[in-house]
Design a protein around this ligand. Structure first.
Ligand code: SF4
Length: 449
């Protein structure tokens, strides 16, 4: 990779955690549509559940999530009560009781919920849904606020994977992002988790942060690797102050440029490989013993709103304000404002206020993009055949791929497209060739690297 190549392809493109992507959701899909879609879920369709808790104690300036800072517990407690009602409501709308194989708690900060509220909600979920005995139950945690009491309560409730926000260990960087979190604090939470029996641990690291350097990234990887998390995700900071106004607290001039971001991401990848982590897709790394490495080797890695996942469930139900669900018929999103979400649930309706239905062309393009994002290769004829189509449909995309092939980013052999190792950081640009919604000008995305 050289600078010219990076400049040519480092365009603003989606992260492809769904296809079509969220900016294309529209109000034509609503609670009524969702009710019909839910009723059609079959009894042996494995389900995945996502719970969004949109509260934090403090705002991190880099944050791109739907969250709100709260000082008192009252609004959080009320939210937990409404979410318990939503669990009962949606569970009652399913005509079948399919097995729940994955559960993920994200935010915001799920562990802002008291240990009692978390346990109560988990009990409600188990009463309303058929949670499989071996389900993966993952919770995102903020090491700055989680307590030993929380960790024990989560273990009692069956949580078996924890995802810790770490980002960077350099104090100057931490101050600039308003997230001061010393190494000892993270280490303490890891000890509590392992002692409580929550053995699977993920860390989230970041590059492209204010004042961050390649040396900071390497040092952070070294310190993180000492704690031996099973998985590490290394995300690029997406500076979108026009969408997330608190990001204006990060001065533009403190940010690394595109080339420096690229160098940081590659330095993290190299160091993680030296520490025994396998590189997966765009931004994930896992130990050989982790389930993600196993599904990758079987060609069954998936991508959903949490990023890369081992979750193979074809139906995802979201709970909480702003949460997104994915059913075979399409995507839905709950109302983002807390009040609108709460009112809908209290009135006995799903809080969905937008979404998008998918057709076979969308499904085929989604499969192609997913394989490229996960495996770095796709056989167009194999994927097209699943929908009774042929690879000839993509002659236009193959034409557009030619400059990328000439630049060494991708190769083509028959109908099989592969992204090269040097092209890995630009994989989203290859995926974008198959995105028919991209030209509609809806939404502004982050840089490819
Ligand atoms: S803890 Fe997470 S969700 Fe909350 S402000 Fe920080 S980055 Fe955003």
């Amino acid at each position: 990779m050289d600078r010219t190549l990076l400049e040519r392809y480092d365009k603003r493109v989606p992260r492809y955690t769904s296809y079509p992507t969220a900016p294309h959701f529209h109000p034509g899909i609503n609670a009524e549509t969702y009710t019909r879609w839910l009723a059609a879920v079959e009894k042996d369709t494995p389900l995945s559940l996502y719970f969004h808790v949109p509260f934090c104690r403090e705002m991190c300036w880099y944050c791109g999530c739907h969250t709100k800072v709260v000082r008192r517990y009252e609004p959080v407690g009320e939210y937990a009560t409404t979410m318990a009602d939503e669990v009962t409501l949606i569970g009652g709308m399913l005509e079948a009781r399919p097995p729940v194989t994955h559960m993920h708690w994200g935010g915001g900060t799920p562990t802002i919920l008291s240990a009692d509220d978390l346990e109560h909600l988990m009990a409600k979920i188990r009463a309303g849904f058929n949670v499989a005995a071996d389900a993966e139950i993952a919770v995102e945690m903020d090491p700055r606020t989680v307590t030993e009491n929380h960790v024990r309560a989560l273990a009692r409730a069956g949580v078996n994977r924890a995802s810790l926000g770490v980002q960077d260990f350099n104090e100057q960087v931490q101050k600039a992002i308003n997230r001061v979190q010393p190494y000892a604090m993270t280490e303490q939470v890891v000890e509590w988790l392992r002692a409580a029996g929550i053995k699977a641990i993920n860390f989230d690291l970041m590059y492209g942060l204010p004042y961050q350097t390649v040396d900071d990234v390497i040092r952070t990887v070294d310190l993180a690797a000492q704690m031996r998390p099973d998985r590490v995700a290394v995300f690029g900071y997406a500076h979108v102050p026009w969408m997330k106004t608190h990001q204006k607290m990060i001065p533009d001039e403190s940010l690394p440029d595109a080339w420096q971001r690229f160098e940081q991401a590659e330095a993290a990848a190299k160091r993680l490989a030296e520490r025994g982590y396998r590189r997966i897709g765009l931004d994930h790394y896992a130990l050989e013993t982790d389930s993600m490495t196993e599904v990758l080797d079987k060609g069954r890695l998936r991508r959903n709103f949490q990023g890369y996942t081992t979750d193979e469930a074809r139906a995802l139900i979201g709970f909480g304000a702003s949460s997104i669900g994915a059913l075979p018929q399409g995507y839905v999103q709950n109302a983002v404002p807390l009040r609108a979400w709460g009112e809908a649930v209290r009135n006995g309706h799903p809080a969905v206020d937008k979404g998008i239905a998918v057709n076979d062309d969308d499904r085929l393009r989604r499969d192609i993009i997913e394989r490229l994002m996960c495996d770095l290769e796709v056989d167009l004829s194999v994927e097209a055949a699943r929908y009774g189509k042929s690879a000839n449909e993509f002659s236009g995309e193959i034409e557009m791929l030619k400059p990328m092939i000439a630049d060494g980013i991708a190769t083509i052999d028959g109908d099989r497209i592969s992204i090269t190792e040097p092209g890995r950081p630009l994989m989203r640009a290859v995926c974008a060739l198959f995105d028919t919604y991209l030209d509609s000008g809806v939404g502004r995305h982050s840089q490819a690297v």
